[in-house]
Design a protein around this ligand. Structure first.
Ligand code: BGC
Length: 414
């Protein structure tokens, strides 16, 4: 744009309107910093660059994105929003209500997003009838990952019930293996918790407790049992779990120090980036019980000045939902494409299970949004729940007290 530096405003508008001169640029805020994540986001950077875009990277380390969201708020408050932001779930609509999101409906309509995205995913990308985010993938949360050799050496199958999981964990512990690789960060505690809520209570209970925030469900005997299971699992993690990053916990499973990890399928991206093969080196199975907890990564564009930025936002949105990116990115990321028309031939068995289960649970009404990954609730509400979950996991709080605190915290979070 240098050569137009002295052009009058009206000339600029005409030149930019021809869309020939705008040089797409984007500052992209994301939290994809682990090995598998970095490999995945590099796919977007490369596609953006090969389409003439200039990418300014703004990675904010911290699994689950809490640190990234804090950085985002600081940038927006100082009037200097990034061009494109990894953002998801109701947080998209919360930012829209603050009047800071750009409308990307022109791209969505030109690219026919409504025809290739499932309605449930498209719904998360809409703000009052306009498109305000572009979906990248579908991550499943309720997974158990295991080291295949460790299980075989201890004559253990992938657990199909929580009783089986506990029995396997006891056996492993007796054999000197850490049963559960876990990082003691609030969002990781919440990730395990929501899988246990759905597993023990069932999908309908999950919906009532963690989506509808029904006080009866929150204080029920079932929720007491959920906290009992969390307490049992606290006994299966090693002493050094506090503060550990999720990918380091995945590495413990990879190197045989630990047997299992309960984590979304970005953990698979880590195994794959390290050259590990599903079914051979590591195993995947959904956590015990019915249902499917989904987590859709997406990007929202923030209102920023300048034709180059606008061109960058449009190019990014277009590339993100295009079939090639959806395939290559998700092969690395561990997730499955958000589009329904991408063939899964190149994907592994875990991805195929995910896609199939997504179809059946969607038809059966048990495809549910992850609360722990910001898909189900507003931030104040999910934060209130996670505070109690993590306080319980890191103390000797009784299940009865945890349930009471949970109900109180939710009641005060509106
Ligand atoms: C995101 C994933 C990310 C994970 C760990 C989740 O909330 O959806 O894309 O890999 O956090 O950072």
């Amino acid at each position: 744009m240098k050569r137009f530096a002295f052009a009058t405003v009206s000339t600029l508008a005409v030149v930019a309107g021809s869309s020939v001169v705008a040089e797409p640029q984007a500052e992209v805020l994301h939290w994809w910093t682990s090995g598998g994540e970095a490999k995945s986001v590099a796919v977007l950077q490369e596609e953006f660059a090969s389409n003439g875009g200039t990418w300014t990277d703004m990675p904010v380390a911290g699994g689950g994105g809490d640190a990234a969201m804090t950085a985002l708020r600081a940038r927006v408050l100082s009037g200097n929003a990034p061009t494109a932001v990894q953002l998801k779930g109701p947080a998209i609509q919360e930012w829209y209500e603050e009047g800071v999101l750009a409308d990307i409906s022109n791209v969505a309509e030109a690219e026919g997003w409504a025809d290739v995205l499932p309605a449930s995913i498209a719904g998360h990308m809409m703000c009052e009838g306009t498109w305000c985010a572009a979906p990248v993938n579908v991550h499943r949360i309720d997974w158990i990952w295991a080291n295949a050799d460790v299980l075989a050496a201890n004559d253990i199958e992938m657990p199909a019930t929580w009783e089986e999981f506990n029995a396997a964990a006891e056996k492993l512990q007796a054999a000197g293996v850490i049963p559960l690789a876990h990082g003691g960060q609030a969002w990781q505690d919440a990730t395990v918790f929501e899988a246990v809520v759905m597993g023990i209570g069932g999908p309908e209970f999950y919906q009532k407790a963690l989506v509808d925030l029904d006080p009866e469900a929150l204080t029920s005997d079932t929720m007491v049992q959920v906290f009992d299971q969390m307490r049992t699992m606290r006994g299966y993690v090693d002493e050094n779990f506090s503060g550990r990053d999720w990918n380091l916990a995945t590495a413990m499973v990879m190197n045989g120090e630990a047997a299992f990890q309960i984590m979304g399928d970005w953990a698979k991206g880590e195994f794959l980036a390290a050259g590990k093969k599903p079914g051979e080196d590591f195993l995947c199975a959904s956590t015990p019980g019915d249902g499917y907890l989904y987590n859709v990564d997406s990007f929202a564009m923030f209102e920023v000045e300048g034709d180059d930025n606008r061109a960058g936002q449009e190019l990014l949105a277009k590339l993100i939902v295009a079939p090639n990116f959806q395939e290559v990115f998700n092969l690395n990321k561990g997730s499955i494409p958000a589009r329904t028309d991408v063939a899964l031939d190149a994907f592994d068995i875990c991805a195929k299970i995910s896609a199939e289960d997504m179809g059946t649970t969607s038809a059966g009404g048990s495809l549910l949004p992850s609360y722990a990954h910001g898909m189900a609730l507003r931030g104040s509400q999910s934060g209130a729940i996670t505070d109690v979950v993590t306080a319980h996991f890191n103390s000797d709080m009784s299940s009865a007290d945890a349930v009471q605190q949970l109900a109180d915290a939710v009641a005060n979070s509106y």
